[in-house]
Design a protein around this ligand. Structure first.
Ligand SMILES: NC(=O)C1=CN([C@@H]2O[C@H](COP(=O)(O)OP(=O)(O)OC[C@H]3O[C@@H](n4cnc5c(N)ncnc54)[C@H](OP(=O)(O)O)[C@@H]3O)[C@@H](O)[C@H]2O)C=CC1
Ligand SMILES: CC(=O)N[C@@H](CCC(=O)OP(=O)(O)O)C(=O)O
Length: 348
């Protein structure tokens, strides 16, 4: 192995793949050896991405079957679900996999089939897959061959809910998550509902009562509560490029207070480089984290007795996908966890 981790990015012509490349360019221990696409194979990154104009030496996009896999130590799967598992399951066991799709997040293939509408292409890989919510998965990452990065909505929701669920501070019922997202969450493919005229000067919910991230959140929350949990989750599309904000209403467990929630986050996240409990009263907003791997979080009282409001913001393309993927890679390869991810948020 060379002194750097030689990486391939599958889906480098998509939004998460491109943001991964953006971060990899300045990562001191990553060397980009291959970039793959589907319809855009054959094109140069600088031709399809205006922000890569200064980086003409990036490898040209190829189809995955044209990659010299002997040169690759780690692969990032930035592909649609099913296509991702199909391709990744053909790779040599030596190559470590960081998958950003939904393919290896759910433990059971029946739930996957129900929500994703396809038969799982590689069920034999599920057992060894580590659910890569980094802050919760550290001990299992060093030896992992396959890491399934969480969806963008579950990332913010679970980082907010898991500590207080595990500490018995909230009830396992009536958890309501309302989320706002930027349009890059839907990928670069053209969809008429995401055209400028359809989304500008507007805000609208989608996948109401039926979003695919619910089973993923329920899987992890059920583990934390030690019993099956159902949640209510409604995403809303906003006319912004990046960013995700989640407002979560919870019921406090008997005798627990807002101060208990705050103390729990202070203890759990005090040493975390990327998770920040804001000072009392400060409201999280997407502009606080844009372009960075940070998450900001705060807790607020609800007028309804016995409830609390938890709010978190992340950048869907960084902490919600490519940044978290690199954070996982750093731990898989024994590197400092924050390597290549130290950039401050972009503002204004
Ligand atoms: N966008 C986001 O905020 C997040 C996305 N994700 C997940 O990450 C994955 C990538 O998302 P995103 O970057 O937004 O998607 P995009 O639609 O922007 O990009 C998809 C990429 O996959 C390639 N591709 C499509 N179909 C195939 C195929 N059959 N075989 C090989 N390559 C193919 C495309 O190539 P070409 O352009 O040549 O057609 C493109 O490079 C998805 O699974 C998504 O759900 C996860 C967290 C957040
Ligand atoms: C705005 C928008 O459409 N966002 C996407 C989130 C992308 C994501 O995280 O999807 P996967 O779980 O498939 O990886 C969505 O709501 O489906």
């Amino acid at each position: 192995m060379s002194s750097k981790i030689r990486i391939a990015v599958l889906g480098a012509s998509g939004y998460t793949g491109a943001d991964l490349v953006r971060l990899a360019i300045t990562h001191p221990a990553m060397e980009i050896v291959a970039l793959a696409a589907n319809q855009k194979a054959g094109q140069a990154m600088a031709d399809i991405w205006p922000h890569f104009a200064p980086y003409r030496s990036l490898p040209r996009l190829v189809r995955a079957d044209a990659i010299d896999w002997g040169q690759v130590d780690a692969v990032f799967g930035c592909l649609p679900h099913a296509a991702s598992a199909e391709l990744l399951s053909t790779l040599d066991e030596r190559i470590r996999i960081i998958d950003l799709s939904a393919d290896f997040r759910l433990n059971d293939t029946e739930t996957y089939g129900e929500w994703y509408g396809v038969t799982h292409p590689a069920p034999h890989l599920l057992e060894s897959a580590v659910y890569g919510l980094t802050e919760m998965a550290r001990p299992r990452l060093a030896d992992a061959r396959l890491v399934a990065c969480p969806g963008c909505f579950p990332t913010a929701a679970l980082l907010t809910l898991l500590p207080v669920a595990e500490a018995g501070l909230i009830r396992d019922r009536n958890i309501t998550i309302n989320a706002l997202t930027g349009v890059s969450g839907a990928g670069r493919g053209l969809k008429e509902q995401n055209l400028f005229v359809e989304i500008s000067e507007a805000a609208a919910p989608y996948a109401v009562g039926a979003h695919r991230h619910m089973p993923e959140m329920e899987q992890e929350l059920s583990r934390a509560f030690g019993k099956p949990v159902a949640i209510s989750f409604t995403p809303h599309l906003l006319p912004m490029n990046r960013g995700e904000l989640e407002t979560i209403i919870v019921e406090l467990a008997d005798g627990k207070t807002l101060a208990d929630l705050r103390a729990c986050y202070e203890a759990r996240y005090a040493e975390e480089p990327f998770i920040h409990l804001l000072p009392e009263g400060q409201v999280p907003a997407t502009r606080m984290v844009r372009g960075s791997n940070h998450m900001v979080l705060n807790v607020f009282a609800d007028r309804v007795p016995g409830r609390a409001i938890l709010i978190a913001a992340i950048d869907n393309l960084v902490k919600g996908s490519s940044g978290q993927a690199i954070q996982n890679m750093n731990l898989m390869f024994g590197l400092p966890e924050t390597m290549g991810l130290e950039a401050a948020p972009l503002f204004p």
